[in-house]
Design a protein around this ligand. Structure first.
Ligand code: PGA
Length: 248
């Protein structure tokens, strides 16, 4: 594991965007695995800037997102499809047809999951998978459980995750309780994992995922088994790793 320690969220985003931009320049038809949530926002903003000011070209890039809420249409402002369109896809020269997000409104959700895994196979998986981490250790919506789930699947979100997501919804609005998520096979088959974390609320999850035992109770710990993983985290997010304790 390569650990890049940065001083704050802004630096995390700059480092992450540089890595992604370098990949896109070296491999213009790269397949990027993308994530939603507040963590990657600065990264996307910087990629948009690079597109506008430094000719970063997305015309041949394809993207596959990690997850989507069940029951939200892609036009719903809190859907992950709308998130990706608004923060990245509509602001760079990517072809909409090259962007993939699970369909949370699919009539047959099992089939949607199966087809999402087939899509990953067809794309030969991703060149880079961007990941955030939940404060409960989840990656994508792979929630803590007794086992890792390999395939794309429907999941009941934990109370902690639903409450964490509530901040994005209007007061009184129902927060989705279920989601479709890429499974561990899709994530771990990526050629490179890039996990980002910032802030004290992620400190326990980062310590457990990076340095604790590999366990489905901390789904993010599975990244320790990947041969090419980069973690970019700020000092707050690394504050429970024991890496920066002052010597007596
Ligand atoms: P966040 O979510 O980026 O909004 O903190 C990360 C996650 O839950 O995976």
């Amino acid at each position: 594991m390569k650990l890049i320690c940065v001083s704050n969220e802004e630096e995390m985003s700059l480092e992450a965007s540089r890595l992604i931009a370098a990949l896109v320049r070296i491999k213009p038809d790269a397949v990027l695995g993308l994530a939603t949530g507040s963590t990657p926002l600065g990264t996307y903003e910087e990629l948009v800037r690079m597109h506008g000011e430094e000719n970063l070209d997305f015309s041949r890039v394809r993207t596959v997102n990690l997850d989507e809420y069940i029951g939200l249409d892609g036009n719903h402002p809190q859907s992950y499809r709308a998130f990706m369109n608004g923060y990245l896809f509509d602001r760079v020269n990517i072809s909409p047809a090259n962007t993939f997000v699970p369909n949370g409104m699919a009539e047959d959700l099992e089939r949607e999951c199966l087809e999402y895994d087939q899509l990953l196979e067809q794309l030969n998986f991703t060149d880079l998978q961007l990941l955030g981490i939940g404060s409960n250790g989840h990656i994508a919506f792979n929630e803590p459980d007794d086992y890792f789930t390999a395939h794309c699947h429907c999941v009941d979100l934990t109370h902690e995750t639903i409450e964490a997501n509530r901040r994005f919804f209007a007061e009184g609005e129902d927060v989705p309780t279920r989601a479709i998520t890429m499974g561990m096979r899709g994530i771990m088959s990526s050629r490179r994992l890039l996990l980002l974390a910032s802030g004290k609320k992620k400190a326990e999850a980062v310590a457990a995922a990076c340095f604790g035992p590999v366990s489905p109770r901390v789904p993010g710990s599975i990244i320790q088994l990947h041969h090419e993983v980069t973690v970019i985290a700020d000092l707050d997010a690394l504050s429970k790793t024991g890496l920066f304790e002052e010597a007596d």
